[in-house]
Unconditional design. Structure first.
Length: 250
């Protein structure tokens, strides 16, 4: 099968090339999916650069989220059939024509979504759902602060917060263009703040009548820490998804 591979196993984007790799075979409880579209995520870039090893047992081929249709079934798979249209999340292997993964790691593709739309859901929306609902325990009527608002997970968290009845959703980004784009999204943020030019904790306090954010979703870490603490409401929850600016805080 064709796959996007990495010359020398890691390196700059110029090391990516279209090559040949063995077509995987599904084992018991697995499915083989013919990929129609896949997503690009920050973790893929980190893995290409040698900074993020794939999980044990996963394919060394990049890519974790995809959409496609089932082309083969492993033993003991009874919930799916050949040609079912699906979207899925794997430990790796999506930058290819075919991928093998457990049948429990796929969902049926909604018919109204294109292949590319469906491929954008698994890593982004499942991560956002875990961060917002499962970990931070967002409740209807709560106030939410989402950093990296224009990122895939950021947009997903914003839209999920609105869907689940947030009173306010404040999103941060680094440029006016990004903030304007966010404000024009369906189920976009109710408020925005440019973290490079303003204190986002003051924006949160203003729009929440000084109550603060019940939930903070952060990817940044060190540089945002103090303002995040200042933004939190009493008994608020903060989910840390990454530490892009560092880990040490004074």
């Amino acid at each position: 099968m064709r796959a996007i591979l990495i010359k020398d196993g890691q390196g700059p984007v110029e090391n990516l090339y279209l090559g040949e790799a063995p077509t995987p075979t599904p084992g018991p409880g697995q499915v083989l999916v013919k990929i129609m579209a896949f997503g690009l995520n920050r973790m893929d870039i980190s893995q290409r650069e040698g900074k993020y090893p794939p999980p044990a047992g996963s394919s060394s081929i990049l890519g974790v989220e995809f959409s496609g249709h089932i082309s083969a079934l492993g033993a003991n798979v009874s919930d799916w059939k050949i040609n079912d249209e699906v979207l899925g999340l794997a430990g790796g292997g999506a930058y290819a024509e075919y991928i093998v993964l457990p049948s429990s790691h796929i969902l049926r593709k909604p018919s109204h979504l294109s292949w590319t739309e469906a491929a954008s859901i698994p890593e982004n929306f499942l991560t956002a759902f875990q961060a917002l609902i499962l970990i931070a325990e967002h409740k209807k009527g709560g106030n939410v602060l989402v950093h990296a608002g224009a990122s895939g997970v950021g947009v997903s968290a914003i839209q999920l917060a609105r869907f689940y009845g947030a009173r306010t959703v404040t999103a941060t980004a680094s440029t006016k263009e990004k903030l304007d784009w966010l404000l024009n999204l369906p189920l976009g943020p109710t408020h925005v703040a440019n973290y490079k030019t303003e204190d986002f904790s003051q924006t949160v306090k203003r729009v929440t009548d000084n109550k603060g954010a019940d939930v903070v979703i952060d990817f940044v870490g060190k540089s945002h820490w103090k303002q995040n603490i200042d933004s939190l409401a009493v008994d608020g929850h903060m989910t840390m998804l990454a530490l892009l600016s560092g880990t040490f805080c004074l």
